[in-house]
Every structure is written in structure tokens, then in C-alpha cells.
Write a protein that binds this ligand. Structure first.
Ligand code: F6P
Length: 489
């Protein structure tokens, strides 16, 4: 059903990510596959819907389905338009997956690449599982791939994969995109040398390597020079007789979808509920996956300090903090959850009253309509990651403000800060600055809000998700054509 028999056509697009854009829901003995969303899924789906179907014959999404083969074959499928993609599941046994995903990917690469070296765990079994899981991806793909396919590999779980595929398919067109920061060489070099080599040689199997910002691209090129001992030539380097391009492609969102969403009746209904809840108070809003990189503690401290410094605001402002559960099998995530629960409990009990709570805390995901209603009801979006590859929440908030109202406070450590220069930018370690900026944001004149929102909207409208994907594909095609044209006969 899912891996449809593929017609003999050129230029199929194979998208590979750790997860398939599906989740499995269990109801008693019944299992249901439901389409899931996320930055990457909406980016690719939107691109394919708008233009990709014309330029590629077929797309196949390859990834771990979150279950074993038996369950996959028996689970109920989504209906209608959700079958647009062809899905190729990669089955990985539980033990390997745990060491590959919770272990190497999220207990070493994730903390280290986000500048948390003290959180990084070095475990040989995790590394072996990481390589094995990538090999399972390569073996599964090898049964289906054709030499004229265009392959786009995503993210830090799959860094060795391009190199593995390159050995079997020397002429395959391969793009690789990293969705998290690539750290400075001084951090990258703390990884054991053998692992450094496998990661970099793996990524260098691609023809085009993309990052969110030019800084991440430049850090990567420095690591390539130092570890693989190759000379870079501007944004290029040669590896294995291939000239590889490295560049910045800042991921974006479907601007129109967010801009128009505020008008929908379902969103308006939620907004009415939140307006009643506001009851004349100013509303601060933030939404994040639970993660120690998101700067949640400093955000709460900054808000706490703002209330202490400005007692006039007590009872006149409320902070809706939404945290989406994530990676809860990992200790550092469980610790983060405990810290947030305790901080909010203390803040609400020490500064709140019977009639007012400073923080409304929601530990769950939100529907799209609820999210847009909160984006468009709030006076301030407070986004303070200690490190973030991009941060699409910042772009979504800005795009959804068709009313040209609201203020964005954004950490300068988020990739998005490079583009959203009209946000009030803060250093997330400076809680006093967060407190000062909250006051400034809540008192910002409407004309200035409009000026800033409009400037940021222009930027996102111009470089939206379609531009991002087309830019990457155009560069990939050009890099491969250049390679073919300059290859000795
Ligand atoms: O930001 C990197 C990323 O892998 C995203 O692509 C993804 O949406 C997010 O982290 C969540 O990751 P996970 O698959 O671990 O829930």
C-alpha cells in the first residue's frame, strides 16, 4: 500500500529523515497510522503540493515508522490526501534504535552541537548502533533506489548515510541538510577522532551540503579542513574526486498558510476563548518542545524579574507557557521537566493570588487552530533559546500577525535571529535584559509594532518554505551538472 510500485520515470525525489511523518495511535488492540506534522514535514509537503509535483515524477519518504513490520502491515491507514506521499519504512530493532536515537543522536550529537558539552555522553555501543542504524537505512534504500533518483537526506541522525550510499551509487544525486547548528571546530574536535571521521566522510558523500546559516556552514568547512585535511575553495571542497558545495539555506515556513489562518472561523472561536481569559490583561506567549536548549529556565527567571521590578504589572499580565513533551526517555529531559514544574509552582505560589496566576502552564501539544489563536491573541511572543538551529516558532508568530500587532522577543542564539533583525533581540543568558525587554515590548507603541512586524513579514514572505526547497534543489542540480560537465571523458 505505502510503497506503491514506482513507475519507470526520471527524477524521483527520495526524502530521508529519521522519522516518517506518521505517528502510531493505539486504541485497545487497534493501531492507527496518523500523519504527523513538524517543521520539515510541512516544508516538504508544502513544496511538493505547490510546485514539486510538476518537477519530480514521484516522491518517496523514507524513515523509521516507530513500530515493527508486523504492526506496520496491520495498522489502519490514513485516508484521502494523506496518501499523497509514498512511504518506505525502515525497520530498526528496539535496542539498536534506543542506542542510535536516545544515545548517539540525542545524548551526544544534540547536546554537543547545541554547545552543551558537559551533557554529552560518549558511549561505544551508541556509536556502533548509530552506524548500524545508518547501514539499515542504506540497505533498505539500496533495494529501491535508481541511479537517476534525487536523494535528500535530513539531519543529524543520518550523517553517515550519504557516504554509505555513495559507495553503492557513485553517480547518485545526493543532498544533505542539517537542521541543527554545526558547532565550532573547537567543540567538534572533542568527539573521538574515529567518530569525527565517520561523521564528516559520511556527510561528504553528498553533492550539496546545506545549513541554516553561513556560520554553521563555515564551522563545518573548518572541521572538514582540519579533520579530512582537504583544502576548501570558497564554499566548495573536493573529496573522492567530487567537487562538493556547502552553503546556507535558512529553512522557512508556508507564509500564506500562517498569514491567512487568523481569518478562519475555528481560529476565531479559540481566540474568543483566550480573549475572555485575558480579561483585559496583556498576554505573553511561548511554545517549545521540552528541551534544555530552549532556555526555559532563563525565560521564567526573566519574567519573574520583570514582575519583581515592575509590581504595577502584577495582575495585569499573564504568561501562557506551552511545552510539548519530547524525548522523555532521556534523563536530561526529565530533569528539565522537573525544574520547570518546580519553578512555575514556586513563581505562581510566591507572586500569584487567589484571583491571578502569573503563568498558565500547558504541558501538551496544541492543534494548529489553537496555536494560531494564541499567536494572534498575544501581545508578546517570548522566544529565548540558549541555542537553536533556526526556530520556526518565531517565523510562524510573525507570519500569523495579519493585524500587524504584537512584539517578538528573540534570542540572538537562534538561527532565525540572522533574518528577523526587527525582533527585540536578547542574550538568553542575560535574565536582566529579558526582564527589561519584556517591559519595552509590552509598552511598545502600535505604530512601531506594525513597522517591525511588517519588515519581518516581508523577509519571510520573500524567503518562504517553497523558496527554501527550490533554492536547495536548484543548487543541487547545478552542482551535479557542473560535476558531470567537468568530468574527464
Ligand atoms: O530540530 C531538529 C529536529 O530533528 C527537527 O527536525 C524535529 O522536528 C525536532 O528536532 C524533534 O525531534 P524528535 O524527532 O527527536 O522529536
Amino acid at each position: 500500500f505505502y510503497f506503491k510500485k514506482v513507475k519507470e520515470m526520471k527524477n524521483r525525489l527520495i526524502i530521508i529523515s529519521n522519522r516518517l511523518p506518521l505517528t502510531i495511535e493505539q486504541n485497545g488492540d487497534e493501531y492507527k497510522l496518523k500523519p504527523s506534522s513538524g517543521g520539515l514535514v510541512s516544508a516538504i509537503s508544502s513544496y511538493l503540493q505547490k510546485q514539486g509535483k510538476g518537477s519530480v515524477s514521484e516522491d518517496i519518504w523514507v524513515g523509521y515508522p516507530g513500530c515493527d513490520e508486523r504492526l506496520w502491515n496491520n495498522a489502519e491507514r490514513p485516508e484521502g490526501s494523506n496518501t499523497d506521499h509514498n512511504f518506505l519504512p525502515v525497520f530498526i530493532d528496539d535496542d539498536t534504535y534506543q542506542h542510535y536515537y536516545d544515545g548517539f543522536s540525542n545524548s551526544l550529537i544534540w547536546p554537543l552541537f547545541h554547545y552543551f558539552p558537559s551533557f554529552a555522553q560518549y558511549d561505544d555501543a551508541d556509536f556502533e548502533a548509530y552506524m548500524s542504524a545508518n547501514k539499515i537505512f542504506a540497505d533498505t534504500l539500496a533495494q529501491h533506489i535508481r541511479h537517476d533518483d534525487m536523494v535528500w537526506i535530513h539531519d543529524y541522525h543520518l550523517m553517515p548515510l550519504a557516504g554509505m550510499l555513495r559507495k553503492r551509487f557513485p553517480w547518485l544525486t545526493i543532498g544533505f541538510f542539517l537542521h541543527i547548528p554545526f558547532p565550532s571546530y573547537e567543540l567538534f574536535r572533542v568527539i573521538p577522532k574515529k567518530w569525527q571521521h565517520e561523521i564528516l566522510k559520511g556527510i561528504a558523500g553528498a553533492n550539496l551540503i546545506g545549513f541554516h546559516t553561513i556560520d554553521y556552514a563555515s564551522h563545518f568547512l573548518t572541521s572538514i579542513e582540519r579533520v579530512l585535511k582537504v583544502q576548501r575553495d570558497g564554499q566548495h571542497f573536493v573529496w573522492d574526486d567530487r567537487r562538493i558545495k556547502v552553503d546556507a539555506f535558512p529553512i522557512s515556513i508556508d507564509f500564506d498558510k500562517f498569514y491567512q489562518a487568523a481569518d478562519s472561523p475555528d481560529v476565531a472561536a479559540f481566540r474568543e476563548t483566550y480573549t475572555t481569559l485575558k480579561d483585559g490583561k496583556q498576554l505573553i506567549f511561548s511554545v517549545d518542545r521540552l528541551d534544555y536548549t530552549k532556555g526555559l529556565e532563563n525565560r521564567l527567571k526573566g519574567y519573574h524579574q520583570f514582575l519583581s521590578d515592575n509590581p504595577d504589572y502584577i495582575g495585569k499580565v499573564v504568561f501562557i507557557l506551552v511545552i510539548v513533551p519530547s524525548r522523555d526517555a532521556i534523563d536530561k529531559y526529565a530533569e528539565q521537566k522537573k525544574m520547570i514544574d518546580e519553578y512555575i509552582g514556586n513563581l505562581n505560589s510566591s507572586m500569584g493570588s487567589i484571583t491571578w496566576q502569573p503563568v498558565i502552564y500547558h504541558y501538551n501539544s496544541l492543534s494548529f487552530d489553537e496555536l494560531i489563536a494564541l499567536y494572534t491573541s498575544c501581545d508578546l511572543a517570548l522566544i529565548t533559546p540558549l541555542r537553536d538551529g533556526m526556530n520556526l516558532v518565531a517565523k510562524e508568530f510573525v507570519a500569523s500577525r495579519k493585524d500587524q500587532r504584537g512584539v517578538l522577543i528573540l534570542s540572538e542564539m537562534a538561527g532565525a535571529a540572522r533574518e528577523l533583525t526587527d525582533a527585540l533581540q536578547i542574550n538568553p543568558n542575560d535574565t536582566a535584559e529579558i526582564a527589561t525587554m519584556i517591559k519595552q515590548a509590552l509598552e511598545m507603541p502600535e505604530a512601531e509594532q506594525a513597522k517591525r512586524i511588517s519588515a519581518m513579514q516581508n523577509c519571510i514572505k520573500h524567503y518562504n518554505v517553497d523558496t527554501w526547497a527550490s533554492d536547495f534543489f536548484d543548487n543541487l542540480t547545478a552542482t551535479v551538472s557542473h560535476q558531470l560537465n567537468t568530468q574527464p571523458a
